[in-house]
Ligand binder design. Structure first.
Ligand code: HEC
Ligand code: HEC
Ligand code: HEC
Ligand code: HEC
Length: 189
């Protein structure tokens, strides 16, 4: 009986391990991209996205939080309804889970817009003239007006939306420009 129970437990653990990895690529964190994309990294680092987790701490941006109906003294760093937009890959396989478990995935990093890099970065590494279609199949997103995931976080369910203050309005053209400075690519993909 005990043997049987142990066997069941063991199989369940195996299934859990496999479904946790799944087929989707893992999130790497911006440091991995920095190795090959230093200019974009440095430019992104100057945006508010690079420190957006900080804003979930008590006492930070108190006036803005009050205006949005939030409690400025509350610690929101473990609140799923905040971290889902202030981290990278929350709720997705290999993405942010908690500050303790995945500290390198706090803030809105490269992969928040470009997709999990575990697989596509290997394609970029193997061949500098890689085919864009191959990188996309491996999970790369190159956001445009037509094809983007911006509204996952910049939509009306953000506490900081245009109803709270018009400055939070999301003008896609202007925002695509301001993600980081854009530099011409060397190769055609
Ligand atoms: C080992 C080096 C390497 C790493 C690591 C790497 N890349 Fe790249 N990536 C490249 C090269 C090479 C190109 C093509 C550059 C060119 O044509 O000038 C490229 C191109 C790109 C492009 C442009 C694709 C297109 O055709 O429009 C994006 C976006 C990109 N990388 C994002 C990332 C992100 C995000 C990460 C981190 C998860 C990453 N890369 C990691 C080497 C790398
Ligand atoms: C995972 C959530 C998430 C996604 C996806 C996302 N953003 Fe954001 N973005 C944020 C957060 C959060 C901030 C504000 C950071 C802060 O002040 O805490 C922000 C801020 C910005 C800023 C202001 C940067 C600055 O310093 O001025 C720009 C520009 C921007 N996002 C563009 C985009 C675009 C374009 C897309 C889609 C291609 C996008 N974002 C997708 C969460 C996201
Ligand atoms: C649906 C996504 C989303 C959720 C959920 C979310 N945020 Fe944000 N947050 C954003 C975006 C996007 C911005 C940037 C808005 C802009 O600059 O246009 C932002 C900006 C902020 C700012 C900076 C405002 C400023 O004026 O500088 C603070 C502080 C903040 N969020 C705290 C929180 C807290 C606390 C929670 C949870 C109660 C939370 N956010 C939940 C998307 C979200
Ligand atoms: C807020 C969304 C967002 C974030 C975060 C972001 N990017 Fe981009 N990235 C874009 C957009 C939009 C483009 C331009 C797509 C186009 O029109 O070709 C782009 C283009 C690129 C390109 C192509 C060359 C260029 O300069 O335009 C590379 C390489 C790249 N990103 C790497 C990165 C790296 C590395 C990071 C993190 C340090 C990062 N990106 C973070 C949205 C983002």
């Amino acid at each position: 009986m005990i043997k049987k129970l142990l066997l069941v437990c063991f199989s369940l653990m195996l299934i859990a391990a496999f479904s946790a990895t799944g087929n989707a690529a893992d999130y790497m964190g911006a440091k991995k991209c920095k190795a090959c994309h230093l200019k974009q990294y440095k430019s992104w680092q100057k945006t508010s996205m690079a420190t957006s987790f900080e804003n979930l701490k008590p006492g930070i941006k108190a006036e803005e939080k009050k205006k949005a109906g939030l409690d400025p003294e509350k610690d929101y760093t473990a609140d799923p309804d905040c971290v889902r937009c202030h981290t990278t890959g929350y709720g997705k396989p290999g993405g942010f889970t908690s500050l303790a478990e995945t500290p390198k995935l706090i803030n809105v990093q490269c992969e928040g817009c470009h997709g999990p890099g575990g697989d596509f970065r290997m394609i970029m590494k193997k061949n500098k003239k890689f085919k864009l279609a191959d990188a996309k199949t491996a999970g790369l997103l190159v956001p445009t007006e037509a094809e983007n995931n911006c509204m996952e976080c910049h939509g009306p369910d953000s506490p900081f939306n245009e109803k709270v203050d018009p400055k939070y309005k999301f003008e896609i053209k202007e925002r695509l420009e301001n993600t980081h400075k854009h530099f011409p690519l060397k190769y055609k993909h």
